[in-house]
Design a protein around this ligand. Structure first.
Ligand code: ZN
Length: 160
């Protein structure tokens, strides 16, 4: 079966940075399931996988604009420690919820902690990076009606 819109794909993948460092891999776990054409994975990878068949593998490099976007320096902000007082166990790498002027919730990561300032970064950790995937297609099947309605794959560990 061939990968196209509304198919459920299970793939093994290894993701490397430009410098060849392994960022993430499905090795040692079950292959990762997603529905093609529903934005479950980054656009550049979805495009590259279109038309592939079960048993095939390939190397795909994805530019930041087709992955997690450009790195925005203005998304890095210093916040007075005073404003962080209510947060327990503040530590580097911690994810915090923030709200913009329109009330939209977004996630920031703690990048630096100084005596009176905390630097937080709203960029995705992989923003600005070209991503290098090696993928192998393990399984392709039709999505069920429920899966298409929900826009995500239902696995045996799924509760609904
Ligand atoms: Zn669901």
């Amino acid at each position: 079966m061939t990968i196209k819109k509304d198919k459920v794909v299970e793939m093994h993948y290894t993701l490397k940075s430009d410098s060849g460092e392994v960022i993430d891999t499905s090795k040692g776990n079950d292959p990762m399931p997603f529905i093609q054409g529903h934005g479950n994975i980054i656009p550049g990878l979805e495009r590259a996988l279109e038309g592939m068949n079960v048993g095939e593998s390939c190397d795909v490099s994805v530019n930041p604009e087709d992955a997690y976007g450009a790195h925005h320096p203005e998304a890095i902000q210093d916040i007075p420690m005073e404003a962080m007082k209510s947060i327990e166990n503040l530590e580097l790498g911690m994810e915090l919820q923030s709200k913009d002027d329109q009330g939209n919730v977004f996630i920031v990561r703690v990048k630096e902690i100084k005596e009176d300032l905390v630097t937080v970064d709203a960029n995705h950790p992989l923003a600005g990076q070209t991503l290098h995937f090696n993928v192998s297609i393990e399984n392709v099947r039709e999505a069920t009606k429920d899966e298409l309605n929900h826009g995500h794959v239902h696995t045996s560990s799924c509760s609904h």
